[in-house]
Design a protein around this ligand. Structure first.
Ligand code: ZN
Length: 261
C-alpha cells in the first residue's frame, strides 16, 4: 500500500534538516512513500528545499501564503519564477485568501493571489489553494481565471455544494486531519458525496492533527488515520482506496509514475 501526503510543511514541523529527514523516513517506513512539501514563504522554501531536494519522492511547491501579503520580500515574483525551474518543484502554493486572519485588506489579498495564479499558468504548474472564510471570493476568482494546469483546494472545510463547484473547475479537494474529528459532520457528508476520483488526502502538518493523536504536533505518518477514516466513510477497501488516492495525487501534481521510486 502506498500513500501520498499531498500537503505538509516540513519547514514548520522542524527547523533542523536532520529532524525533517527523520520525519520523512518514519513516514516512508509506514507506507507514506511520497510527500508534497508546501511552501508558505520564500525563506522556508529555499532552506527546506536545500535540505531535502535530493530525497526521493519528496516534491516541493513554492509560493506565498496570504499571510505574506503584508510585507512580501523584495523581488518575490522573480524568486518564485526561478524556483519553479528547479527539479522536483511541482506547483505554486500555497496561495489563496484568508479573511479569518485579516491579512492586509481584501483587495490586496485578491491581487496577491491573482498574481500567483498568473505565475502558475505561465509555468504550466498546478496550484495549491488555501481558503479560509473567503469561499465566495475564491470561487469568483477561480471561475474567471481557471488554473490552466489544475490544482487542489487543500484542507477542504466548506460544504458539499462548494466542493462540487471546485471539482467542476477541474480541481481536486483535499481532506486533512480534521476529517477525523467526531463533530465534523459537514465534512463527513462532503467526503461521502464527492466522487473518490476528485479527492486527495494530506496532513497539513504540523497543523490539524487527526483525532487519535490530538495534542501532538501533526506529522506525515499520521496521515494513515485520515486515510483509514476516509476508507470507512466511503466504504472502500483500504488497498483499493490507497491505489486510487495515489493515482489522484500524481495526476493533481502532474507527476509521472516513473518519477516515484
Ligand atoms: Zn498548509
Amino acid at each position: 500500500m502506498r500513500i501520498f501526503d499531498t500537503h505538509c510543511h516540513l519547514a514548520l514541523l522542524y527547523e533542523d534538516p536532520v529532524s525533517q529527514i527523520r520525519a520523512i523516513d518514519e513516514a516512508k517506513r509506514e507506507g507514506v512513500v511520497a510527500i508534497a512539501n508546501i511552501a508558505t514563504n520564500l525563506y522556508d522554501f529555499f532552506t527546506c528545499y536545500k535540505n531535502t531536494k535530493n530525497v526521493p519522492n519528496v516534491f516541493h511547491t513554492v509560493g506565498l501564503s496570504p499571510s505574506e501579503v503584508i510585507n512580501p520580500i523584495k523581488d518575490w515574483e522573480e524568486k518564485i519564477e526561478e524556483a519553479l525551474t528547479y527539479p522536483n518543484v511541482i506547483g505554486v502554493g500555497e496561495i489563496g485568501l484568508d479573511y479569518f486572519h485579516k491579512y492586509g485588506d481584501r483587495n490586496s489579498q485578491i491581487e496577491f493571489f491573482i498574481r500567483q495564479l498568473e505565475i502558475a499558468d505561465k509555468f504550466n504548474k498546478p496550484v495549491v489553494l488555501h481558503n479560509r472564510q473567503a469561499g465566495s471570493d475564491m470561487l469568483d476568482i477561480l471561475k474567471s481565471k481557471v488554473p490552466s494546469s489544475g490544482g487542489v483546494l487543500h484542507c477542504f472545510s466548506e460544504d458539499t455544494d462548494f466542493a462540487f463547484k471546485i471539482i467542476d473547475l477541474g480541481l481536486y479537494i483535499s481532506f486533512a486531519g480534521n476529517l477525523t474529528f467526531r463533530n465534523a459532520k459537514n465534512l463527513h457528508d462532503v467526503a461521502r458525496a464527492v466522487p473518490i476520483e476528485n479527492i486527495l488526502i494530506e496532513t497539513d502538518s504540523p497543523f490539524l492533527t487527526p483525532h487519535a493523536y490530538r495534542g501532538k504536533r501533526n506529522k506525515p505518518v499520521f496521515i494513515l488515520e485520515t486515510f483509514r477514516y476516509l476508507a470507512q466513510l466511503k466504504g472502500i477497501p483500504e488497498e483499493e482506496l490507497a491505489t486510487i488516492l495515489f493515482e489522484n495525487s500524481l495526476k493533481a501534481y502532474k507527476i509521472k509514475s516513473y518519477e516515484i521510486s
